[in-house]
Design a protein around this ligand. Sequence first.
Ligand code: ADP
Length: 163
Amino acid sequence: MKIAVCPGSFDPVTLGHIDIIERGAELFDKVIVLVMTNSAKKAMFTVDERLNLLRRCIKGKNIEVDTYNGLLVNYAKEKNAVAIVKGLRAVSDFDYEFQQALTNKSLLPQLETVFLTAKGENMFLSSSMVKEVCRLGGDISQFVPNEISNDVIKRCKGEISND
Ligand code: ADP
């Protein structure tokens, strides 16, 4: 069974993420969406909340959701994954993603990184952009799955906190 890991912060999951996850699930027998904590970013949703939001939008039978605190290659090894699946948006993603892919390749040579190009309409879509638009009262319905848009709106309005 060919397993791929799709890592990210997913704070919150966007339609751009969903597109990559679902396309990855067509290519591999199983995709594990891995919520990782990025200490450089202040999160809007806790890891448990992000897992819950993801679970509500993911439909594929061969897609699982998990979280991990350590090194991505160690997780991949533990799960016998053959690839990391990542979405590539504008050129601005490239430098960072290339660095990560090369680092992971030196740490675990048998693990491939597969880049799927973002759909045209998702090219400029990021979780940070969604949060900014939402905080300023903009319509986020075209950016996040229907199942979670109210949660994002409520959090942005400060109606529910993550403390
Ligand atoms: P963000 O940059 O939105 O905070 P993450 O760190 O959660 O996203 O990213 C997880 C993965 O999803 C990365 O590989 C990233 O390139 C990809 N991704 C994020 N947004 C999009 C999008 N709009 N289209 C395609 N891939 C995306």
